[in-house]
Design a protein around this ligand. Structure first.
Ligand SMILES: Nc1ncnc2c1ncn2[C@@H]1O[C@H](COP(=O)(O)OP(=O)(O)OP(=O)(O)O)[C@@H](O)[C@H]1O
Ligand SMILES: [Mg+2]
Length: 261
């Protein structure tokens, strides 16, 4: 199985801030669905931006399909074109991705940029898959939050990416849209890395979990099930909160899953 993503000692520090990603090492094989689980501020968005070539690591290396991705490499027109057409990032705030006059143009933008021949068929196919076909003539900026998310995702899917990076795709979606998204992701051939801080959705979004700690380091890498029983680790990642209460004169400790979406 081909390796799509390989990072070694990857680290990033914002110029005006502190360390956001501290020494991540992991590899993702073709077709894997990985969930990046971590509390607010742990570094999930930063990692996805590194994997999408929007930010470049201060330390360590990132290989996409065996090729080192850095500022220099992305200046090469051939590699840049291939990388940009194969890797798609759904922003945490999809509004940042929508700038075309209609939903149709939004979906057609990438294929037109890349000079693909079958633009209209692609747009209709993926608009249908994303349930936004009735919105094709509407201005994207005047859609609801959930609709914007579907449009932004469809605008990535039209390029049939090999690596899909999804930043909190379920945040702000109602239960029906969440179910639709999970079904859609299960039907894709792409390698998918999805961030969430929602423990109860993590198992639906992928089979493998990378747990990011509040210290911006990788705390765990593996199936979710054993992690759910590892309260110490989840507490360290600030994904559980505990409170004590008194019952029959005894103090009990309760664990709760954070469930913000
Ligand atoms: N543009 C920026 N400039 C400076 N520091 C930043 C910037 N963006 C993020 N940070 C800092 O980097 C760290 C990681 O942020 P990041 O956005 O990657 O976290 P996250 O895990 O995606 O959080 P959330 O769950 O809230 O989306 C945080 O400490 C944050 O304050
Ligand atoms: Mg984030």
């Amino acid at each position: 199985m081909a390796t799509v993503v390989e990072v070694e000692g990857l680290a990033y520090r914002y110029p005006e801030g502190g360390v956001a990603v501290d020494g991540f090492s992991f590899a993702v094989a073709e077709g894997e669905r990985v969930v990046l689980l971590g509390a607010n501020g742990s570094g999930k968005t930063t990692l996805l931006k590194l994997l999408n070539g929007l930010l470049f690591a201060g330390d360590g290396t990132y290989r996409y399909a065996g090729e080192v991705v850095d500022r220099h490499r992305l200046r090469g027109a051939d590699f840049r074109r291939r990388f940009r057409s194969e890797v798609g990032l759904l922003f945490q705030d999809p509004e940042a991705m929508l700038f075309n006059p209609t939903v149709f143009d939004e979906l057609a933008f990438g294929p037109r940029q890349l000079g693909l021949a079958d633009v209209e068929q692609r747009v209709v196919r993926w608009a249908r898959a994303a349930g936004v076909e009735p919105l094709l003539d509407r201005p994207p900026v005047r859609l609801s939050g959930g609709e914007k998310k579907r449009v932004a995702l469809a605008a990535l899917l039209v390029l049939e990416p090999r690596l899909l990076l999804l930043d909190e795709p379920t945040a702000g979606l109602d239960p029906r849209s969440t179910g639709w998204l999970i079904d859609l992701l299960q039907g894709l051939e792409a390698t998918v890395i999805t961030t969430t801080h929602n423990l109860s959705l993590a198992s639906e979004l992928g089979e493998r979990t990378l747990l990011v700690g509040e210290d911006h380091r990788l705390l765990a890498d593996g199936p979710l099930e054993p992690l759910l029983a590892d309260h110490d680790r989840l507490l360290a990642a600030n994904l559980l909160h505990t409170h004590r209460h008194r019952h029959d004169g005894e103090v009990h400790r309760h664990y709760h899953l954070h469930d913000w979406d």
